[in-house]
Design a protein around this ligand. Structure first.
Ligand code: NAP
Length: 457
C-alpha cells in the first residue's frame, strides 16, 4: 500500500504542475483523477475498511449528487460549486475527527500527540464548513451581498476565536472532558459564520480560495491524527495551493489579506454631490464591423459577461473571420477577469482559440498604445482606468488592462450598469470609446454577419 500511496502522491504533485499551463491542463486533471483513484483503492485494499456497506452507500449518494452537479452547473457558478465542495470536504474532516475523539475515549490513545492534530482538524473543519456555506450563499445571492458590519466586530470575532482555541487547548490537556467538545465544535461553527458576514460578495472568490486552504490544512491535520501519510501530503498540497491562489488574487486586485478579510469591501458608497449624467457614444453592429475591418491590430478583452452570455464560440468565429482578413488578433487575460483565476482561459480553450493568442496582463499592456481597436467583451472592472488615476476609487491601485490607451475602444455590454465591484467605469465616457449595447453572444454574431462577404469567404 505504501507504494500505491507514493505513486498517488507523485501524481497529485504532477497534476498541480501540469495544471499550470493550458497546454498540459487536461493531462493534469487526468493525473489528479488517477491519483485519487489509486488513493481510494489503496486505502480500501489496505484493510482499514471494515464496513463495506457504508462505503457503498456513501459512494452511491456522493455520485448521485456529484454527477448532476458536474453536468448541470454553468461555468459562471464555478465559485459556488467550489465553495460547496470545500464545505463537504471540511465537514467530512471535522466529523472524522469528532468520531475519533469519542471512539477512542478510555483507550489511552488520546495523547497530546494525537489530540493536537485532532483539535486543529475539527476547529478548521467546522469553521470552514459554515464559512464555505456562507460564501456559497453570498455568491448564489441567496444571502445579502453587502458586508454585514457592526461596532467592534473584529474584536468580537477575535474573542470568539480565542475562546474556541482555549477550549481546544483544554481538550488537548484533558481529553476525557467529553462535554466540552460540543461547545468547542459549536463555537468553531459560529466563528465560520461570523468571519464571512462582514466580507462583501465581490471578495467571495478570494475568500473561497482561502477556505480551500483551511480545508486542506484540516485534511492534513486529519492525516497526522489517523497516521495516514497520503492525507498529510494531499492536505498540505491542497492547503498551500489554496493559499497561493488567494495570494495571486489579492495581488491582482492590489488588496491585502487583512483588507479582504476585515476591510468590509463593497459597502454602499456614499454619493458625493448630485449624480451627473455623463455623455457617452454608442454604435450598432454595422459601424463596429466597419471599424474592425479597417484595423490591422485588435486586442479582445474577455470578462465575466462573456461567460454569462456563453459567447466563446461566436468569438472564435469573429477571431477566424478577422484573422483570415490578415488582422492580428490577440486576447488579453486579466488574472481576475471572470469570477476565478483561469475562468477566461478555460472558456476560450473550450472554443479552441489557440493558446498562443492568449496573453497575460503584463505581457500585453505595453501593446495597447499601438493597438488599433481594443474590443472589450463583457469585462468591466478589470478595464477601469480609475484604478490608475482616482485615489478615491475603491479599486485604486488594482492592476488593470490598459485598454484606454488603444486608438479606439469598443465595449460590448448590455447597459451602463457597473461590474462586480459596483462602481462606474470612466472608460465608457472617453471620446475614443464606443459602447456596443447588447448581449455579448448576439452582438458578436451580428458583427460577424456584418463583416463583408469577402472577409468570410
Ligand atoms: P465585471 O466587472 O463583473 O463586469 C462584467 C460585465 O459584464 C458587467 O458590467 C455586465 O454589464 C456585463 N455583462 C453581464 N452579462 C452580459 C451579457 N450577457 N452580455 C454582455 N455583457 C454582459 O467582470 P470582469 O471585468 O471580468 O471583472 C471581474 C470582477 O470580479 C472584478 O471586480 C474582480 O475584482 C472580481 N473578482 C474576480 C476574482 C477572480 O479570481 N477572477 C476574484 C475576486 C474578485 P451589463 O450588466 O451592463 O451587461
Amino acid at each position: 500500500m505504501t507504494y500505491v500511496y507514493m505513486v498517488s502522491a507523485a501524481l497529485f504533485i504532477l497534476s498541480l504542475k501540469w495544471m499550470n499551463s493550458p497546454a498540459t491542463a487536461r493531462r493534469g486533471v487526468f493525473a489528479g483523477e488517477i491519483g485519487m483513484l489509486l488513493a481510494v483503492v489503496g486505502t480500501l485494499i489496505g484493510g482499514h475498511i471494515v464496513e463495506w456497506q457504508w462505503i457503498i452507500a456513501a459512494f452511491v449518494l456522493g455520485s448521485a449528487i456529484g454527477i448532476p452537479i458536474a453536468y448541470l452547473m454553468p461555468m459562471t457558478a464555478v465559485p459556488q460549486r467550489t465553495a460547496m465542495s470545500h464545505a463537504c470536504g471540511a465537514l467530512a474532516a471535522a466529523l472524522v475527527g469528532t468520531a475519533e475523539f469519542y471512539q477512542k475515549q478510555g483507550t489511552g490513545e488520546l495523547t497530546p500527540v494525537f489530540m493536537i492534530p485532532l483539535v486543529l482538524e475539527t476547529l478548521l473543519g467546522y469553521l470552514t464548513f459554515t464559512g464555505s456555506l456562507m460564501a456559497m450563499g453570498k455568491l448564489q445571492e441567496v444571502l445579502p451581498q453587502r458586508p454585514i458590519t457592526y461596532r467592534n466586530q473584529n474584536a468580537v470575532n477575535f474573542v470568539l476565536f480565542a475562546i474556541a482555541l482555549a477550549l481546544g487547548i483544554r481538550l488537548i490537556m484533558v481529553p476525557g472532558d467529553t462535554l466540552l467538545f460540543p461547545i468547542f465544535a459549536v463555537l468553531a461553527l459560529l466563528f465560520g459564520v461570523l468571519l464571512i458576514i462582514p466580507i462583501g460578495g465581490a471578495d467571495m472568490p478570494t475568500v473561497i480560495a482561502l477556505l480551500n486552504s483551511y480545508a486542506g490544512l484540516s485534511a492534513c491535520a486529519m492525516g497526522f491524527a489517523l497516521g495516514n501519510r497520503l492525507l498529510i501530503i494531499a492536505g498540505a498540497l491542497d492547503g498551500s495551493s489554496g493559499l497561493i491562489l488567494s495570494i495571486i488574487m489579492c495581488r491582482a486586485m492590489n488588496r491585502s489579506f487583512t483588507n479582504v478579510l476585515f476591510g468590509a469591501f463593497g459597502q454602499i458608497q456614499t454619493k458625493q454631490g448630485a449624480q451627473e449624467q455623463r455623455a457617452y457614444r454608442s454604435a450598432g453592429p454595422e459601424e463596429a464591423a466597419a471599424i474592425l475591418e479597417a484595423a490591422s491590430t485588435v486586442i479582445i478583452v474577455p470578462g465575466y459577461g462573456l461567460a454569462v452570455a456563453q459567447a466563446q464560440h461566436k468569438i472564435r468565429e469573429l477571431f477566424d473571420t478577422l484573422t483570415r482578413r490578415g488582422i492580428d488578433v490577440k486576447f488579453a487575460i486579466h488574472p481576475v477577469a471572470g469570477r476565478m483565476p483561469g475562468h477566461m482561459n478555460v472558456l476560450l480553450a473550450e472554443a479552441d482559440i489557440p493558446y498562443d493568442r492568449l496573453f497575460e496582463m503584463d505581457e500585453i499592456n505595453g501593446e495597447f498604445p499601438q493597438c488599433d481597436v481594443a474590443l472589450v467583451i463583457g469585462a468591466n472592472d478589470v478595464t477601469n482606468p480609475a484604478a490608475r488615476t482616482d485615489k478615491t476609487s475603491p479599486i485604486y491601485g488594482m492592476p488593470i488592462l490598459e485598454v484606454d490607451k488603444a486608438h479606439t475602444v469598443m465595449v460590448i455590454k448590455r447597459s451602463m450598469s457597473p461590474g462586480f465591484a459596483g462602481i462606474d467605469n470612466d472608460l465608457y465616457y472617453m471620446e475614443k470609446t464606443l459602447m456596443l449595447f447588447g448581449d455579448a453572444k448576439a452582438f458578436v454574431s451580428e458583427i460577424v454577419k456584418e463583416l463583408p462577404a469577402k472577409v468570410n469567404a
